[in-house]
Design a protein around this ligand. Sequence first.
Ligand code: CU
Length: 219
Amino acid sequence: MRFALFCLVAGIVTCVDAQAGDIVGTVKLTSPVKERAVGKKKIRPSKDWGADYDKDAEVPKGVNESEYTVVEVLGDKLPATPRKVDLVQKNKTFSPHVLVVPRGSTVRFVNQDDFEHNVYSVSEPGAFDIGRYRGKFREDQFTQANALEIFCGLHPRMNGYIVVAPNNFFAQADGKGKYKISGLPAGTYQVRFWHPRTESKTVTVKVPATGSVTQDVNL
Ligand SMILES: [Cu+2]
């Protein structure tokens, strides 16, 4: 009773903060991971970039696929604090390969090569095309939660992802598949485990008022 009164006086936010838990666990990739996607020869209607088209650009090898896994707590009502984050294009690769930002964030595309690049996505909602650019940066804001598959119209083998999370509660697994989402208000949530080249999985997780709950998943 005393605690409930404190919540009423101090406000819901303080009350919720006092009862927050973590989700931790390990993601194992047990299904075959599909080939990395390749962009289209001609991108948006009427664009043909002719001689600049480079079909042989290399795909980076030797990366640990588990670190591309994104774990996100679903729900638009949880807070989403916009950030400004760089996505670099260098040596004909997107770095990072998978970028995760909370809804409303701005992604600044930075071309660190000495030739032109482009970034586009046909994923909906959120399809975009920043045009071709060089020696400067372009930026775009992402207001709708989605996993956007991105390409460069000039180098079709350049492939990456911008995952726009619905709120602040997300994590990327590390090279061993381990992840942690901290400070989630106690409650029951739908949590999605996403990987760019295998099937996603959504599970129900009950987050305790203190401490952590362990949720391991095989994708
Ligand atoms: Cu490019």
